[in-house]
Write a protein of this length. Structure first.
Length: 53
């Protein structure tokens, strides 16, 4: 019984240790995109226009 609990605990920590770096990268990209979007709104930077051929 003790070994089963210990195995479950280890697999849970292994799952968390693989989840945190992925979550950190996702939140970093999300935060940077929000910062970029709101800074463009704050400074009223126009959206780039493409030439219509």
């Amino acid at each position: 019984m003790f070994l089963i609990r210990r195995f479950r605990r280890r697999s849970f920590f292994r799952l968390l240790s693989s989840f945190y770096p992925v979550a950190f990268i996702v939140f970093l990209i999300w935060g940077e995109s929000l910062c970029y979007y709101y800074s463009r709104l704050f400074w009223k930077v126009p959206q780039p226009e493409f030439d219509k051929a």
